[in-house]
Design a binder for this molecule. Structure first.
Ligand code: SF4
Length: 435
């Protein structure tokens, strides 16, 4: 007998839904109808599954089966278009999920068009004169690539007779990115991160991870694969400390929701044994590693987990990681003013990464209450970036998105607090700017 409290459809894979269908005595083709309804149509109630006979829906409901859709409890919209969702689950716990309508500038290498161009350019800088020109116009490849990609898309759209009508009623989603959470809170305790202040409350189930994506897609009226959506597992929590659920969620997002694995990136603080496991998964998003310091003393200070999994162990795992063709590892580096942003730190980072097929995303600290670090100046960030580039390492400055609503990297704190901040405080937080 199916247990009501443990039977949300969201989170079940094809085989599990087939078993459920068989258990209630329905023909096997009903499994595909349920799979489509839950993951493609993103229904919120059994009653909405119009492909199923009423009698079968009633039988499912009597067995305690629910859709298990995640519920959007609150929604904060930034000046820059970023949306931070507070998403609630059946037990009252909630997490944050962020929608970035134009990505966050850190997509290079994540499968998006700008990322694809950046990779191709880095591999063969003379292969396309337009791209080369775009990159040489100014020292800001992402902005240049974005323009190039937009031009390319405009040309393509003009030549497509059906393009406009197909996309009617949809929000613009040229390279939108959803940042999803994997745990309620986080146990890793990175010293520059607001989420760390929560501690960890619990792991999310696979259904709750996928449910965030379904809820945001529905709210934004977009639908992959027709709409190009990138996913980053970089919200609250350390995905590799909730490994089984994360891996299952990634599979459901590919097989159910229809998002290609090359459009997903998972970020880890450096759970070394899981990096090895992850390399062997049959469905595997891209890997990002949160680095933040080029030596053990500094990294342990900023990320206490470095005591257990040292830089030597982390870099060994990165070097052994089985990359696919044209795939790179991303290293994220949060720059903290006067702490890890010196030219010497940059040179040490370049040395540490030498020979690895990788790129670096630089993130100037996003400020928040309770965080004792400062944001480095734009000059300091540019100097760090230049040292890496001169050493042959592609380095990109991620544009902070949604700082004014606490949606930027390291700012997710399951905050309802921000909703109650007086307006002047909200306004005093710098609005997002180009990095
Ligand atoms: S940066 Fe990521 S891993 Fe570190 S405490 Fe924050 S949520 Fe956890």
């Amino acid at each position: 007998m199916v247990e009501p409290s443990t039977s949300p459809l969201l989170g079940l894979d094809r085989e599990e839904i087939a078993a459920l269908v068989s258990e209630v005595g329905a023909p096997s083709y009903r499994a595909k109808q349920i799979m489509d309804a839950v993951y493609r149509q993103r229904v919120e109630d059994l009653e909405e599954i119009s492909t199923l006979p009423r009698e079968f829906r009633e039988r499912l409901a009597q067995s305690g089966v629910t859709v298990g859709a995640a519920r959007i409890e609150k929604k904060f919209v930034s000046q820059d278009g970023t949306v931070r969702y507070l998403i609630a689950f059946a037990d009252g716990q909630s997490v944050e999920t962020v929608w970035m309508p134009e990505g966050d500038g850190g997509e290079a290498g994540d499968g998006s068009e700008a990322g694809d161009l950046a990779e191709r350019f880095a591999e063969n800088p003379t292969s396309d004169t337009s791209r080369a020109k775009a990159l040489s116009e100014e020292n800001e490849p992402i902005a240049a690539l974005k323009r190039y990609a937009t031009q390319k898309r405009t040309t393509r759209d003009r030549t497509s007779q059906n393009g406009a009508s197909q996309n009617q009623g949809r929000a613009s989603s040229g390279r939108s990115t959803i940042c999803i959470s994997s745990q309620v809170g986080c146990a890793v305790d990175c010293q520059f991160c607001l989420t760390a202040l929560l501690g960890v409350k619990r792991n999310l189930t696979a259904g709750e991870i996928v449910g965030q994506v379904c809820a945001v897609l529905k709210d934004q009226k977009v639908s992959p694969p027709e709409d190009r959506i990138n996913l980053v597992f970089m919200g609250m929590g350390e995905p590799f400390l909730n490994y089984e659920n994360f891996v299952k969620a990634a599979r459901l997002l590919v097989e159910g929701v229809g998002i290609a694995e090359r459009r997903m990136t998972v970020s880890t603080a450096g759970i070394v044994p899981r990096i090895h496991d992850f390399g062997g998964e049959s469905i595997r998003p891209k890997l990002a590693i949160s680095l933040n310091a080029p030596n053990d003393a500094l990294r342990t200070r900023l990320m206490p987990l470095n005591k257990k999994w040292t830089l030597e162990m982390l870099m060994a795992a990165a070097r052994e990681f089985p990359l696919r063709t044209r795939e790179w590892i991303t290293f994220e580096y949060v720059l903290l003013g006067g702490v890890n942003d010196t030219p010497e730190n940059a040179r040490e980072t370049a040395e540490l990464l030498r020979g690895l097929r990788c790129k670096v995303n630089l993130i100037a600290l996003n400020p928040g209450p309770g965080i004792d670090f400062t944001t480095p100046s734009a000059e300091r960030v540019a100097a760090f970036q230049n040292i890496l580039r001169e050493a042959g390492i592609p380095a990109f400055v991620r544009r902070p998105r949604g700082r004014d609503i606490y949606a930027a990297c390291g700012q997710l704190k399951r905050t309802v607090e921000v909703a109650t901040l007086p307006e002047p405080q909200l306004q005093s937080i710098s609005p997002a700017t180009e990095g």
